[in-house]
Ligand binder design. Structure first.
Ligand code: AMP
Ligand code: FE
Ligand code: FE
Ligand code: ZN
Length: 304
């Protein structure tokens, strides 16, 4: 028995964390649904960064291919200088607070990416147009460092996106500029106002932050209405998973899982981490919008 089995990692279920061409994934929502169906996942959630642009194509594909779908977003935030990603599921996309927040963050992302490219262009042959060439859905795509990384790959500076993330686009590089972000407390509040379910994404990913969210910070998010923690994610080390499970137990939080799939942009494999169907049923109960459940919901929501 592995450490993971001991901690109760679900084997089959829903991949609750997937990116597409509407942010920094390389594949379309249709391709996400096709692959998830082919590998017999119970369902998936689309969670592009700071947008709902992929929701309509994802719904169409889920309906036509017959795969259950939740609609969500991975929201950029910060908590006392620690970068935090919040997953929001099943919320009303027309809720003014959350919609305004996304618009602001996407504008900030563009401004920040342009400054990074300006700095990079002093040492590398890349322009803003080269970055835009890597953006698949125009202004409907949330721009991020991955698009800059892809431009550096196209220019022959790096062999892969991941290599660029080890180099010039890394968080520690001289070219790095942070994205202006709302606080995690504001994000939890906005998700609650929109009737959604809030989950801290990869809360213990030391690859993203040297200083992780503390127990006290997580407690503060719980007081604001936080619903869950993404325990099953490759970025959370085994001993951190046990810490997160204990916190979830203490505060009555949902424990979810997802691959953080970015298609060919990252090594993460679709379905490598999942949430169990009972947890997904809780999320659906709490959420403001209907899940897409074709054609047999009872199959998707009960354990095999
Ligand atoms: P940004 O949000 O613009 O600061 O860029 C960070 C994002 O890059 C995170 O969402 C990562 O998941 C994403 N990303 C995509 N591909 C990679 C990769 N190959 N290595 C590291 N991060 C990546
Ligand atoms: Fe990403
Ligand atoms: Fe993330
Ligand atoms: Zn993600």
């Amino acid at each position: 028995m592995t450490y993971d089995d001991f901690a109760g990692r679900p084997r089959t279920g829903w991949d609750m964390h997937c990116h597409t061409v509407f942010s920094d994934g390389t594949e379309t929502p249709e391709e996400l649904i096709r692959q998830a169906k082919a590998m017999q996942l119970l369902g998936v959630a689309i969670t592009d960064h700071d947008t709902t642009s992929g929701w309509v194509p994802a719904r169409r594909a889920a309906q036509s291919l017959g795969l259950p779908l939740l609609r969500g977003t991975e929201i950029t935030a910060e908590f006392d200088r620690t970068s935090v990603h919040m997953l929001a599921y099943q919320y009303d996309p027309n809720s003014p607070h959350i919609a305004r927040m996304f618009a602001r963050t996407r504008d900030g992302r563009v401004r920040r990416a342009k400054i990074m490219v300006e700095r990079l262009s002093e040492d590398f042959p890349i322009t803003w147009d080269d970055v835009l060439d890597q953006v698949k859905e125009g202004s409907r795509t949330t721009i991020g460092r991955p698009h800059i990384a892809d431009a550096l790959v196209a220019a022959g500076i790096y062999a892969t996106r991941s290599e660029a993330f080890q180099g010039a686009v890394s968080g520690g590089s001289e070219y790095y500029v942070p994205t202006p972000s709302p606080t995690a407390l504001e994000v939890v509040e906005a998700i609650r106002e929109a009737g959604g379910v809030s989950v801290v994404a990869h809360p213990a990913d030391t690859g993203r932050n040297r200083v992780l969210l503390s127990d006290e910070q997580i407690r503060a998010l719980v007081d604001e209405g936080l619903d869950g923690l993404e325990v099953w994610h490759r970025g959370n080390a085994p001993e951190q998973r046990l810490r997160l499970l204990a916190l979830a137990q203490r505060y009555g939080l949902l424990t979810t899982g997802g691959s953080d799939w970015h298609g060919k942009g990252k090594p993460n494999l679709l379905g490598e981490n999942v949430a169990d169907p009972e947890t997904v049923a809780r999320i659906i109960e709490r959420g403001a919008i209907s899940p897409i459940l074709p054609p047999a919901p009872e199959e998707a929501l009960s354990a095999k």
